[in-house]
Design a protein around this ligand. Structure first.
Ligand SMILES: Nc1ncnc2c1ncn2[C@@H]1O[C@H](COP(=O)(O)OP(=O)(O)OP(=O)(O)O)[C@@H](O)[C@H]1O
Ligand SMILES: [Mg+2]
Length: 260
C-alpha cells in the first residue's frame, strides 16, 4: 500500500467533536466522536434526520463543519480536501452514474477522474465480475440497470479507487434479500483486505451480520457505541428501541425510520 505514514497508521476515519449547524439553525451534529480503524466495519444506525448523511458529507467535504473535524488518515477534510479525499471512496444510496454510459465506460470515466489511467478492459471486467455483474451486462448502458446492478457498479468504482477507507450511505436500501446478502459479503471481503468501512443504515438485520462496531445516532448525538462482541446474543432491534426510548421519553415513534 502507498499509504502516507500517519500518527496512528491504522486509524482511517475519525470524527473529533464533529459539529454541524445548518444555516437555518438546525443542529444536525452535536460534537460527535468516533474512529474507524483499518479492517473495521463501523455501522451507524439512527432514525430519519438523525444526522448520518450529514456526517458522511462532512468527511467528503461537501459541507464545512461548524466545529470539530472529520479526519481521513489523520487529514482534516475541510483543511486539505483533495489530499483527504484521495484516501476515501464513497457509495451512496442513489449511486450517481452516467445512464448513457455502459458499465465499463462508467468505470473508465471515474477511474480517470481519480487520476488512474492505466486500467485496461480486463481490469474493469475483473472488478465487475467480482461485484457480481456478469459479463453480458458490461457493455449495457446504466440506464437499463436495476437499482442493485447500479449499486454493484458503484462499489466496483469504489474498489478501483483502492482507497483505504470506504463510506457508504444506506447502501442496502432497496436491494432484494439476495442482493443485500451479496453486498454484505463484498463488504466483508473489503474489510479482510484492510479497508476501513463506515456504513449508515436502517437495516439492523444486515448490520448485525457484518458490523464490528455499532453506533446509534439520535438527533445529532451518539447515544450508544459498542463493539459487536459486547452485543452478542442480544436482540439489536429491541436494544435500539430501548436506547431511543431511553433518550427520548416522549415517543419511540419519534425515532422513526427503522426498517429491519
Ligand atoms: N441542507 C440542509 N439544510 C438544513 N438542514 C438540513 C440540511 N440537510 C439536512 N438537514 C437537517 O439535518 C438533520 C440531519 O439530516 P441528515 O440528512 O443528516 O439525517 P439522516 O440521519 O441521514 O436521515 P435519513 O435516515 O432520513 O437519511 C435533519 O434535521 C435535517 O432536516
Ligand atoms: Mg441520510
Amino acid at each position: 500500500m502507498n499509504e502516507q505514514p500517519t500518527r496512528e497508521t491504522t486509524l482511517r476515519l475519525e470524527a473529533v467533536n464533529l459539529t454541524k449547524r445548518y444555516e437555518d439553525g438546525v443542529l444536525a451534529l452535536d460534537h460527535i466522536n468516533f474512529a474507524v480503524q483499518s479492517g473495521e466495519l463501523f455501522v451507524m444506525l439512527g432514525g430519519n434526520g438523525a444526522g448520518k448523511t450529514t456526517a458522511i458529507n462532512l468527511f467528503l467535504n461537501f459541507l464545512e463543519p461548524t466545529e470539530g473535524e472529520a479526519r481521513i488518515n489523520g487529514i482534516a477534510s475541510h483543511r486539505e480536501p483533495l489530499k483527504a479525499k484521495q484516501h476515501v471512496a464513497f457509495v451512496s444510496e442513489n449511486v450517481m452514474l452516467y445512464g448513457n454510459f455502459t458499465a465499463i465506460q462508467n468505470l473508465d470515466f471515474f477511474a480517470r477522474i481519480g487520476g488512474k489511467t492505466d486500467f485496461r478492459r480486463n481490469d474493469y471486467r475483473d472488478v465487475l465480475l467480482r461485484v457480481g455483474l456478469p459479463e453480458d451486462v458490461h457493455d449495457k448502458r446504466l440506464k437499463s440497470f436495476s437499482k442493485g446492478m447500479r449499486q454493484k457498479c458503484g462499489i466496483a468504482i469504489a474498489i478501483l479507487k483502492d482507497a483505504s477507507a470506504i463510506l457508504l450511505d444506506e447502501p442496502t436500501a432497496g436491494l432484494d434479500p439476495k442482493a443485500g446478502h451479496e453486498f454484505v459479503r463484498l463488504l466483508d471481503s473489503l474489510r479482510s483486505e484492510g479497508k476501513a468501512v463506515f456504513m449508515s443504515t436502517h437495516d439492523i438485520f444486515r448490520a448485525r451480520e457484518i458490523a464490528d462496531t455499532f453506533a446509534i445516532l439520535d438527533r445529532g448525538r451518539i447515544i450508544m457505541q459498542e463493539p459487536a462482541s459486547n452485543l452478542a446474543g442480544k436482540d439489536l432491534e429491541t436494544l435500539y428501541i430501548q436506547y431511543m426510548a431511553g433518550h427520548n421519553n416522549s415517543s419511540v415513534a419519534a425515532a422513526g425510520g427503522i426498517h429491519a
